[in-house]
Design a protein around this ligand. Structure first.
Ligand code: ADP
Ligand code: MG
Length: 700
């Protein structure tokens, strides 16, 4: 920012100490530069002058040029009003004021050219315009028109001091009149401006507030979106580059022992092409000498677990310890049992560490982790407690990473003197644009292929009225030997109420599916971990046919014989969560079903969510829809990150701008990481002056 843009806002013409205080407190406008970045949220088109005869009942706003032929007052009390007849070449219309008649009569003259702007109103079969904006039709307007006029948001308190949209317009206008181009210096290199045909920073700022025309507005917005996204990317990539430089990564030279034996003998299926590709990417990272920081995205059921296991074996083969952290005990237990089963015969020492592992067992595990006798540990948050010490942790895998906060993830980084390689996995597909922004400092691998032989899950919407038919359907499926999940929503604010719903559901199901023919498992968040696990195991072993649960089963549980997922109160779940839940079925060879139950009445948004889900099984399509429906702020995984306060860019629709911005940032960081070249001086200066204000400078 130039010195002028750092000037405290009260020094702007028309502000002063009192309004300055309001601007600071209410709108977070501290200095001139903040006002410049206080962009309008829409515009009214004042570029065209219409005619009176064009007005129809559908006209929203209209701008007219003409003159007043006379005034008259009418009505009494609250009906008291001043009216003026306004005429142009095509006709007449009444202008109406319910207040301020004296002032109007004093300032407006008959037979003088005026430009008026307002909203026509139909009254007794005639149009009038109440309280129009009105100004003299000057030569300036005649030649350049009024163009697009900005509309700014404001706060109630600010509005009371005339800092409404109009008031702010006056201020931005004053500021832009005073600023000369060199006071809004360009910081993008000329080459970049040329390559993407971007207008200068000054021109963009001038036109986003007072666009000369639609085309220039479009260019201004494009330039400023580019700038916004470019600055984020530059910092993310800088963080990434620094990490590579500062931190040396362990080199896993050997894969000839456990990895190879397991690959050849332990796998009872051929890896998909996507799984193989991801393993190669990881292999390359672990040979590169820099620390791996990789995000593995793959839809539910795409087979991330086996990739994780093979990845950990790479570490074990090279004499390192590996760990896998999962967000729930159920999932950690399941991973543990599968792993023990799969690695039978290989000399790999595997342990489970969760909150329920206590006393002697815990002591034993902690001691052996510290001594290096345990090769591979699987667990929950319990793994990041201070008491857990590794001898030489070389590979960390974090499953369903969106469930962990950034801080929790980071604490595993520091478990070793020398940071281990990190693989974070998520089954919540993240739209590309979002991944580039939220995880922009990570490398991203994608499993975009499901194991062969899977049948697409059929998703069906039913209302409560059809419950009896739904039960009939469940009986048929159970008859065929299948198992069924029934999931109830859990919303933290009213856990007791949710538990009641779950219990009511359990009772009515117990009646519809009586013992001993039918056995039902139940799992919810208020249960003790051991009880949860017991119930879960009954279902896994097929001792029960029905599993009633809250969303604790959302994450990762794998029971291939379960082929029906019933989601109660589906309207209370978000798209991503519904998709996750649905992913619990469709894991075997049988046709699977997902039944979305709702009440009769639904909001439009919930209807839309349910229809998206009935139409597609593709997690990435669903993620894009979710982004469109809710905006990035609410998406799973971005909530904690708090770094998406974008002013202009929209991650749902600005993918192209983001790609370009990222590419540009990448080139600059590669060519000139210290920004030492002459053409990067303005950028370096800009970053120095602004970095402290940018939230994303904090992430690591
Ligand atoms: P997710 O990616 O959701 O974690 P999992 O790793 O749990 O998925 O895998 C889902 C199921 O698919 C598991 O039963 C797993 O054994 C199986 N699976 C994984 N990869 C393959 C493959 N290449 N061929 C056949 N089955 C596979
Ligand atoms: Mg999984």
């Amino acid at each position: 920012m130039s010195a002028v843009l750092q000037t405290p806002i009260e020094y702007l013409k028309g502000v002063g100490p009192q309004r300055g205080e309001l601007l600071r407190k209410e709108l977070d406008i501290q200095v001139f530069g903040d006002l410049l970045k206080y962009y309008p949220f829409r515009y009214v088109d004042r570029s065209i002058i219409h005619q009176v005869k064009e007005i129809t009942p559908l006209t929203q706003y209209i701008q007219l040029k003409g003159h007043i032929t006379g005034f008259r007052q009418a009505g009494t009390g609250r009906q008291k009003r001043l009216m003026a007849t306004f005429r142009d070449e095509t006709g007449e219309i009444e202008l109406v004021w319910f207040q301020g008649a004296d002032w109007i009569l004093k300032t407006l003259k008959v037979n003088t050219a005026y430009l008026i702007f307002g909203k026509p109103n139909l009254f007794n079969g005639e149009f009038n315009i109440p309280h129009p904006e009105i100004e003299a039709f000057t030569d300036e307007i005649k030649t350049s028109g009024k163009g697009l006029q900005p509309v700014y948001s404001s706060s109630e308190k600010a509005k009371k001091k005339y800092l409404d949209s109009k008031g702010i317009t006056k201020l931005t206008h004053a500021l832009l009149t005073q600023l000369v181009p060199k006071e809004v210096p360009e910081f993008l290199p000329a080459e970049v401006l040329q390559q993407y045909r971007l207008i200068s920073r000054y021109e963009a700022m001038a036109n986003i507030h007072f666009p000369k025309n639609e085309a220039l507005l479009h260019e201004a917005v494009r330039r400023l979106k580019f700038e916004e996204l470019f600055l984020i990317q530059l910092q993310l990539l800088k963080v990434k580059a620094n990490r590579g430089k500062v931190v040396k990564g362990f080199i896993f030279e050997k894969i000839d022992n456990k990895f190879d034996r397991f690959y050849k003998e332990g796998l009872h299926f051929e890896l998909t092409g996507a799984q193989k590709r991801v393993l190669k990417e990881i292999r390359r990272d672990t040979l590169s000498g820099t620390q791996m920081n990789r995000l593995l995205q793959g839809d539910v059921g795409s087979g991330k677990t086996i990739v994780a296991l093979l990845t950990m074996l790479m570490g074990v083969d090279n004499g390192f310890q590996a760990c896998l952290m999962a967000p729930t005990e159920i999932l950690a237990n399941q991973h543990y049992e599968n792993t023990v089963e799969l690695l039978r015969g290989l000399k790999v020492e595997v342990a489970l560490l969760t909150g329920s592992v206590k006393g002697k067992a815990r002591k034993y595990i902690l001691a052996n982790l510290a001594e290096g006798n345990i090769d591979l540990v699987i667990g929950t948050h319990a793994l990041i407690e201070d008491t857990v010490v590794f001898k030489n942790l070389g590979m960390v895998v974090i499953d369903e990473q969106h469930r962990f906060g950034v801080a929790q993830r980071a604490s595993l980084w520091t478990k070793n003197e020398h940071p281990p390689h990190i693989l974070v996995m998520t089954a919540t597909p993240i739209p590309r644009t979002l991944a580039m922004t939220v995880y922009g400092d990570l490398d991203v691998s994608v499993i975009d292929e499901l194991p062969p032989g899977r049948k697409a899950i059929k998703t069906i919407h039913r209302t409560d009225a059809a419950r009896m038919q739904v039960f009939g359907f469940l009986r048929d499926e159970i008859e065929k030997g299948r198992q069924v999940y029934i999931v109830y929503p859990l919303i933290e604010e009213s856990e007791t109420l949710d538990l009641k719903h779950l219990m009511d559901g359990y009772e009515s199901l117990s009646r519809a599916f009586p013992k001993p023919k039918y056995q039902i498992s139940i799992v919810h968040g208020k249960m003790r971990p051991a009880d949860k696990d017991f119930e879960m195991q009954r279902f896994v072993k097929h001792e029960t046919q029905i599993m009633i649960a809250t969303t604790v089963i959302e994450v990762g549980v794998n029971v291939p014989n379960a082929s029906v997922m019933v989601i109660e109160n589906a309207e209370r779940f978000g798209l991503a969560q519904l998709h996750q839940l649905r992913g619990r079925v469709g894991r075997g060879a049988d046709q699977s079903y997902c039944l979305l139950m709702t009440g009769n009445k639904q909001s439009n948004e919930s209807k839309q969510r349910i229809s998206v889900l009935c139409q597609t099984n593709d997690g990435f399509v669903i993620a894009e829809e979710d982004l469109k429906l809710r905006g990035p702020g609410d998406l799973e995984g971005t909530r904690q990150s708090g770094m998406l306060h974008l002013r202009l860019a929209d991650l749902a629709s600005d993918g192209n701008v983001l790609e370009a911005a990222r590419k540009t940032a990448q080139q600059i960081i590669e060519e000139d990481p210290a920004l030492a070249k002459a053409e990067h001086q303005p950028l370096l200066n800009f970053l120095r002056e602004n970095l402290k204000q940018m939230i994303w400078a904090k992430i690591s």
